[in-house]
Ligand binder design. Structure first.
Ligand SMILES: NC(=O)C1=CN([C@@H]2O[C@H](COP(=O)(O)OP(=O)(O)OC[C@H]3O[C@@H](n4cnc5c(N)ncnc54)[C@H](O)[C@@H]3O)[C@@H](O)[C@H]2O)C=CC1
Ligand SMILES: N[C@@H](CC=O)C(=O)O
Ligand code: NA
Length: 440
């Protein structure tokens, strides 16, 4: 059988990794796919640079339209990022009857519903394993491996850049800016690294997983997103002293509030007990913990960023499409795991309705009665305290930190209590509040 012809748009970190891995492992890939998979046309901004990477055998053009409109291309691989040109490119490829592979979680989290609908109407596949947790086959696991289950909850370290920053800051005491620069040099960070740092990238990935796990449309606009930029080194230290590690988690789970089922979809720094496996996932590694009714807990660990790990997922998608290209479209795996006419309208819950435990750090004047005031306010709000860490004021200082871990309560309840705490005359500034998940 003739090789399947791939048009690659974007020859950056992931594009170059895809070219290299496909070339290196082409014989095994052909044996697995049943036919060759060949990159036959590339679009890149810097044609000369691209040509020097891929050699003269593969033509390189400066415009993506030449790839997407070429009658000699079967699969378009979109690796340029962003969600404007990439959206136009993907929709045009679909309209031209081409299958698409993309690593672009931003694009799918924002425009996935429209893109999957267009692909469904045209009978083509849009594959996106690389978009969530890079090389970890989590889309495959959620969509196919766990298909027998009712999925209850997913919690993942799904941004390599921020996990790398948190690990290096904690282990080596390096400052934020230095580690971010390293993450950029290593090819982990997004073109705009605020997407990583502010939790947006993780929210894109959590949004995609929520759709696949629960059979709902992608709804990035309803995700709660909080990154690591406001996290202070002393909170990382205090958490450790209490037996917890802080990770940026993407969480999506079922929850029942006032008798109505809803879905939580949130990204924020989270205290996790140090003894949990996921708390020990360090550097740019990713891990996704899934709780499902039949299988119980399962965890997927591996490289979530970097050229070749991400290429591993891109090429797996190319193989999947190669195998399924001739199948009747109804027999293929649905883009979002559930058949398009079987989606539910279960709502994403507002953050004020979610229930979790909390780490509170209160900066106080070191005076008698402070602790009593804090515990009274929490008790009045029926919030139990699980642990307290009271620091001695430093030499010559009259202020200090009190850290408390609370039992589970609704976010609106803790926020009301925090507002009262901040009004106490003995409390200085604002209360630091970090969510805590036991993940047991
Ligand atoms: N770097 C990583 O570890 C991972 C990246 N991704 C995703 O993969 C995609 C690509 O990421 P990277 O390779 O890291 O980015 P990159 O910035 O290294 O590469 C993007 C390339 O696309 C080129 N490009 C941009 N607009 C173009 C256009 N209109 N026509 C032709 N070429 C164009 C750029 O010049 C650049 O060479 C993004 O969607 C990203 O979110 C997904 C998983 C991991
Ligand atoms: N910037 C992302 C790249 C992979 O998705 C990350 O750091 O995880
Ligand atoms: Na993946």
């Amino acid at each position: 059988m003739k090789p399947i012809r791939v048009g690659l748009v974007g020859l950056g970190t992931v594009g170059t990794g895809t070219f290299e891995v496909l070339r290196r492992n082409q014989a095994d890939i052909r044996r697995r796919a049943g036919r060759g998979i060949e990159i036959t046309l590339i679009a890149a901004r810097n044609v000369a640079r691209a040509q020097s990477i891929v050699g003269d055998a593969i033509p390189v053009v400066p415009d993506w339209q030449s790839v997407v409109d070429s009658p000699d291309i079967d699969i378009v691989v979109e690796l340029i990022g962003g969600y404007e040109t990439s959206k136009e490119l993907v929709l045009r490829a679909i309209a031209n009857g081409k299958h698409v592979v993309t690593a672009n979680k931003a694009l799918l989290a924002l425009h996935g519903n429209e893109i999957f609908q267009a692909a469904q109407d045209k009978g083509v596949m849009v594959a996106f394993e690389a978009a969530v947790a890079g090389g970890i086959p989590i889309i495959k696991a959620l969509r196919e491996g766990l298909t027998a289950n009712r999925i209850e909850a997913i919690a993942g370290i799904i941004n390599g850049t921020t996990n790398f920053i948190l690990s290096e800051m904690r282990e080596k005491g390096l400052d934020f800016a230095t580690v971010l620069r390293q993450a950029q040099e290593l090819g982990y960070a997004e073109a705009d690294p605020t997407f990583d740092i502010e939790g947006v990238d993780a929210a894109h990935k959590a949004t995609i997983m929520s759709a696949i796990a629960f059979g709902i449309p992608v709804q990035f606009e309803k995700a709660y997103v909080e990154g690591i930029s406001k996290l202070q080194a002393k909170d990382i230290r205090y958490a450790e002293q209490l037996g917890y590690r802080i990770k940026l988690l993407g969480i999506t789970k079922r929850a029942v509030v006032n008798g109505t089922e809803g879905i939580e979809l949130r990204v924020h720094p989270t205290l996790i007990p140090c003894k949990r496996l996921i708390a020990n996932v360090e550097g740019a590694m990713n891990a996704v913990l899934v709780n499902a009714d039949a299988v119980g807990a399962s965890m997927y660990y591996g490289r979530g960023a970097g050229g070749e790990p991400t290429a591993s997922a891109v090429i797996a998608d190319l193989v999947d499409i190669t195998r399924l290209a001739t199948a009747d479209p109804e027999s293929r795996v649905p883009h979002l795991a559930f058949q398009p006419n079987q989606m539910t309208d279960v709502q994403i819950l507002p953050m004020s309705e979610i229930t979790t435990s909390y780490y509170l750090r209160v900066y106080v004047k070191d005076q008698p009665g402070v602790m009593a005031d804090l515990t009274r306010i929490l008790a009045d709000a029926t919030i139990s305290i699980d642990a307290v860490l009271q620091k001695e004021p430093g030499e010559g200082e009259t202020r200090t930190d009190i850290i408390m871990l609370t039992h589970q309560t609704q976010e609106k309840n803790i926020d009301a209590a925090i507002a009262k705490i901040e009004r106490l005359p003995t409390v200085v500034g604002t209360v630091t509040r970090i969510r805590l998940e036991n993940l047991s």
